[in-house]
Structure formats: C-alpha cells, structure tokens
Design a protein around this ligand. Structure first.
Ligand SMILES: NC(=O)c1ccc[n+]([C@@H]2O[C@H](COP(=O)([O-])OP(=O)(O)OC[C@H]3O[C@@H](n4cnc5c(N)ncnc54)[C@H](OP(=O)(O)O)[C@@H]3O)[C@@H](O)[C@H]2O)c1
Length: 281
C-alpha cells in the first residue's frame, strides 16, 4: 500500500470530502490543501503551490468555477507535472463532452482538460452532471430554507447526481490505473426540472418550496447580491443557460461503467438527506 499521500485539492468541498472519507477508510494517507487547510493552498497565490505538491505522486483536482480560476488550475497542473506529479484525476463538467455544447461556457474547462491531457502526467477526467448536494451543502441550501429556488433554468431538465456516487468514481480512478486516459461522463438516473426538484424537496421537508424562474441578468444580479464575484455569477448564469436551453436533457452511464451499479435517484437522496435535519427550520 502506498505511503505517499494523495493530494486532494478541494478536500473540504462537496466531492473532495467524499474522496477523503473513502481514502481514509482504506488507510491511504491524504494531504488536504486549500485556503483553510493546514497545508495552505490558494489557486490565486502561486507561492502556495510548491508546498502542496512537494513529494506527491497523485492528485485529485476540484478546480474553481470561473475562467480565471480554471486558467490558474491549468497553469498549476503544468507546473506540478514538471515538478514530478505523475497522476491526476480531474473534476470537470458533463457539458464539456456534450455533442451540442454551448462552447463559450465550457471554453475554459476544455482548456483545462487539454492542459491535464498534455501535462505528461497520467490522467483521468470525470465530467459529472449538477450535484444534488448543491441543495444541502452549498448556496442553494439557502434557497431551500427560504422556500424559493430562484434560478434561471426555465423548464429545462437536468440529470442531478449524488456526490457520493462521484466520490466512489473518483476514488476508483485515483487507485486503479486501468482508468488512466479515460473520460467518464456521470449523471443521476432521472431528468428533473427545477420545478420537479422543488416538488421533491417540498415532499420531504413538509414545507412549500417553489421554483421561481429568473431572467438570466436578474439571476446574475441576485448572485452578486448574495456575495459571489461577478465573474463566477456570470459563469453560473451561463451554466444554467445550458439547462434552460434543454441541452442537459440526457443521461450518462459513467457510474455504471466504473462501478458496475446504478446511480442514486433524487427521491432516495432527498428522503435520506431530510432525515439528517439539514433542512429543519
Ligand atoms: N456544483 C455542481 O453541480 C457541479 C457540477 C459539475 C461540476 N462542478 C465543478 O465542481 C467544482 C467544485 O467542486 P466541489 O463542488 O466538490 O467543491 P466545493 O464544494 O465548491 O468546495 C470548494 C473547495 O475548494 C476549496 N477552494 C475554494 N476556493 C479556493 C481557492 N481560491 N484556492 C484553493 N482552494 C479553494 C475550498 O476550500 P477552502 O475554502 O478551504 O479554500 C473547498 O474545499 C467546480 O469546478 C465546478 O465547476 C460542479
């Protein structure tokens, strides 16, 4: 068993923390690196990169959302591979591989995927759909608590995925070299519009939750008011435009390809998550 730690960038996030749990359970050492970790790492502070990557063979990389951060991540991977990183598992996005992708949104993600593929390190790229845990562990939690999902997805469907499923795939990719050079697209088993999501969450919380459709520019304004940067807010608006334009209405079979099982359904996830009390008033 390896004694060299696996570097987890974004290890306190919705996917990274699942990967850390799984590696911990197998007794595999990890090095968490982020702004709030003991090993400090900031995508925007290149002086923090060397310490994180020193002595590391393998890394899990959950990049930032906006174009500037994605560009920094590309720069990082190039530098890290030159300094000895041999294997990287990249969290990307499902739309990158969609045949009719709206290119502008994904341009920076495509560039990052290319940077990983050209880095000289062995790589696996994971492209998941939107995360169910956005509603329980991230900014959409506040929308659930307020009873209004205020987004700009209109009546477009999305194949929401449980990040526990993503964590299982990431762990397999980090530990088994047979996944080298593979790109996996992951989704949940069912398409749900935001109104469907609101209904599901109303049913499990016992509180009325409705979907409020925003014009895209109103969506940006509300995200900025909430505290997100303008660049990230515009990226989120554009990612929701993909849903709004019905470009996310397909299922992907990466969970089955890698794990040989079916992904978790939204209703099952919502029921179990409600029991944790995360949506209790
Ligand atoms: N949300 C979705 O539905 C979805 C779907 C597909 C793909 N994605 C992609 O998933 C990625 C996000 O992954 P996630 O949801 O697992 O993470 P997350 O929950 O958003 O957490 C972000 C992680 O990154 C760290 N971080 C934030 N800013 C940082 C910075 N400037 N420097 C270093 N570390 C930083 C945070 O820790 P600290 O605060 O300690 O720094 C935290 O560990 C994005 O690339 C997104 O495009 C998301």
């Amino acid at each position: 068993m390896t004694t060299t730690p696996i570097l987890i960038l974004g290890g306190k996030g919705k996917t990274g923390r699942r990967v850390v749990e799984q590696l911990d359970a197998r007794g595999i050492p990890v090095r968490l690196a982020s702004r709030s970790s003991e090993q400090r790492f900031d995508w925007y502070d290149e002086g923090s990169w060397d310490g994180a990557v020193a002595g590391i063979d393998t890394a899990y990389l959950a990049p930032p959302v906006g174009p500037t951060g994605l560009e920094q991540a590309g720069k990082f991977i190039k530098q890290a591979a030159a300094e000895g990183l041999r294997r990287v598992v990249l969290l990307s996005g499902r739309g990158v591989g969609s045949p009719d992708r709206e290119f502008a949104v994904y341009e920076s993600s495509v560039a990052l995927e290319h940077a990983v593929q050209d880095s000289g390190a062995d790589w696996t790229i994971i492209r998941p759909a939107w995360f169910m845990q956005g509603f329980s562990e991230d900014w959409l939690h506040d929308h659930v608590m307020a009873g209004e999902l205020r987004l700009s997805a209109a009546d477009g469907g999305e194949a929401w995925i449980d990040t526990n499923d993503i964590g299982d795939v990431m762990t397999a990719a980090l530990l088994d070299e047979k996944h080298t050079g593979e790109i996996y697209s992951l989704s949940g088993p069912r398409l749900l519009t935001l109104s469907d999501v609101a209904d599901e969450l109303s049913a499990v919380t016992g509180r009325p939750i409705r979907y409020v459709d925003l014009e895209p520019e109103q969506h940006v304004a509300e995200l900025v008011e909430y505290g997100q940067t303008l660049e990230d807010s515009e990226s989120v608006r554009d990612l929701f435009a993909v849903i709004r334009n019905h470009k996310s209405e397909y299922l992907s079979d990466g969970i089955h390809q890698v794990l040989g099982r079916e992904p978790r359904d939204f209703s099952d996830w919502a029921r179990a998550t409600a029991k944790t009390g995360v949506w209790s008033a």
